[in-house]
Design a protein. Sequence first.
Length: 158
Amino acid sequence: MEIQKLYDLDDTEFDNITIGLVRLAKHIPDHEFFFQVNQINNGLKFKRIEDLILQGDYYDYSFPRFEAYHKFTRTCFTFVSNRSSESKQKKLQTELFSEEENIKFLLNNQVEVQYILHSSEQFPDFSVILLPENLVFPIQDYVLGSEEELYQIIQYYE
């Protein structure tokens, strides 16, 4: 008797995750932005959690993270700064054309994005988060494939 395949590995789609790209209309410090976000959201209070740490060859980078739990949808939302807030130099650069600098972006092709928003849900609904209209552009959905570095980082920190 032949064994029936329950699924074909070629047909299974490796999980892509959808993140939200948050662009601010003007630059303000993190604490001011999240104070305003917390003021207009009932039951959704963002607080600072442990920084996301990326290790490079010459620097270790810290990216601030802010997290809140939405009780009604039972979803955890996390904002991660796209730009490193701090870098610690591990060793001196001896190469002339090293691509590593003291500032790093999680999304190199999206340097105008201040925050990356992700959710514990497979198909997130970012519309449950109210953002200050005069301060934030609409959240842009962005799909990350499993081969991208940021996908691996988010999976590690989740």
